[in-house]
Design a protein around this ligand. Structure first.
Ligand SMILES: *Cc1c(COP(=O)(O)O)cnc(C)c1O
Length: 396
């Protein structure tokens, strides 16, 4: 299939076919795992031509690798972007993107609810290089626009957020950032290209923890960046030098996972929606956070910018931390683990997972209740998941 027909295909079709048209070595039906650290040439002229960018090919796997190149092509097609680059983890993708684009004296505007590791980059590591990050209340779009109006190099967004599933208006804030010449980066890990297309809303660079829904099986760490060609080129150049590239084995695990991304996201969306609706009227539950619920404060924005509301929800059972310990330990169909986006349901309190490094007071200030349970609905039969939650909640 040529690249033109694939770019017009539906996302579910692209998830299967993008980057996978071949021809592959030995007539293989899928791109093999090319476990070569380096690539050998028979003549110096060809080697030199590839090394200097005169012709296509590979020199050294820190710079490029055939298996990784298929994955980069697949995510760029799904995101509708010009180029992509793969990294060893989601945090490698995010930190490399920021360090590739920012210089001392630059300013970043972002939100308070970014992923824990990203937040530490903003609060701890970037300031050491005299790069200031202004972190705004995630729900206060007016305040974010005021900060953008003062000028900045990067607007960094994430939506929906972890763990309270806040929704940020991508189009509105991207417009405000571009009016001041800023580059817009968005973490699309929770939504994936199946549920949300940030590039179509003007976002310049999209970052992913491919460890989560993209790979989908909790068996590999990976990160991806996709976006405008000239920006991805800078990020890719940083990767060549800083070295946090994605290994071919890991790239293959993500590629294998992504072929079923459309199917899996449809099930994640449906399961999380049904569970959120069930818990919203449950007598043992005091609060549910899911953008697919009409009562969620970000529901209208989510409806406009998302095609599905995702697989992650959070809720607070009645009671204290002692009660959520009972509920969590009674769950049969949920791994208690710091993970989300896998085929198996996972659950845990932010106090132990995403926000373990914060004190109870800091979590309170971030609007994260101590009794919150983050629940990543897997692809199991939803009747089993709901029955499981009911038998756990009945114990409190
Ligand atoms: C997990 C996660 C990351 C970090 O990704 P790793 O692959 O664990 O390094 C970044 N952003 C979000 C939203 C995540 O959930």
């Amino acid at each position: 299939m040529d690249s033109k027909s694939i770019s017009g295909a539906a996302a579910d079709t692209q998830a299967v076919w993008a980057g996978e048209a071949g021809p592959f070595p030995y007539g293989a039906a899928v791109m093999p795992i090319v476990n070569a650290a380096t690539f050998a040439y028979e003549d110096l002229t060809t080697w030199q031509s590839v090394a200097t960018g005169g012709s296509d090919g590979h020199i050294y796997s820190r710079n490029s690798n055939p298996t990784l190149a298929v994955l980069e092509s697949k995510i760029a097609t799904l995101d509708g972007t010009e180029a992509a680059a793969g990294f060893s983890t989601g945090m490698a993708a995010i930190s490399s993107t920021l360090f590739a684009l920012l210089s001392p004296g630059d300013r970043v505007v972002s939100i308070k609810d970014t992923y824990g590791g990203t937040n530490v980059l903003f609060e701890h590591f970037l300031p050491r290089f005299s790069i200031e990050a202004t972190l705004c209340d995630t729900s206060d779009h007016g305040r974010i626009e005021d900060e953008l109006a003062k000028g900045c190099k990067v607007l960094y967004l994430e939506t929906p957020t972890n763990p309270t599933l806040k929704v940020v208006d991508i189009e509105r804030l991207t417009r405000a950032a571009h009016a001041r010449g800023a580059i817009v980066i968005a973490d699309n890990t929770f939504a994936t290209p199946i549920n949300q297309s940030p590039a179509a809303m003007g976002v310049d660079l999209i970052v992913y923890s491919a460890t989560k829904f993209l790979a989908g099986h909790a068996d590999v760490l990976a990160g991806l960046v996709s976006g405008r060609g000239e920006l991805v080129k800078k990020v890719h150049h940083f990767r060549e030098i800083a070295g946090a590239t994605l290994h071919a084995d890991a790239a293959y695990a993500v590629l294998r996972g992504m072929k079923t991304l459309g199917l899996r996201m449809a099930r994640h969306n449906a399961n999380a929606q049904a569970i959120a609706e069930h818990l919203a009227v449950h007598p043992k539950v005091t609060g549910v956070y899911y953008p697919g619920l009409a009562a969620h404060p970000g529901h209208q924005i989510a409806k406009r910018q998302m095609r599905g509301f995702g697989g992650v929800l959070s809720f607070t059972p009645r009671g204290s931390f002692a009660e959520i310990k009972i509920v969590l330990e009674r769950l049969k169909f949920a791994q208690l683990a710091a993970h989300l986006g896998g085929v198996a349901t996972t659950a845990g309190p932010p106090a132990v997972t995403s926000h373990v490094e914060l004190t109870a007071e800091e979590r309170a200030r971030a609007g994260i209740p101590e009794t919150l349970i983050r629940y990543s609905a897997g692809i199991e039969d939803v009747r089993d998941l709901i029955a499981d939650l009911d038998q756990a909640l009945v114990a409190i």
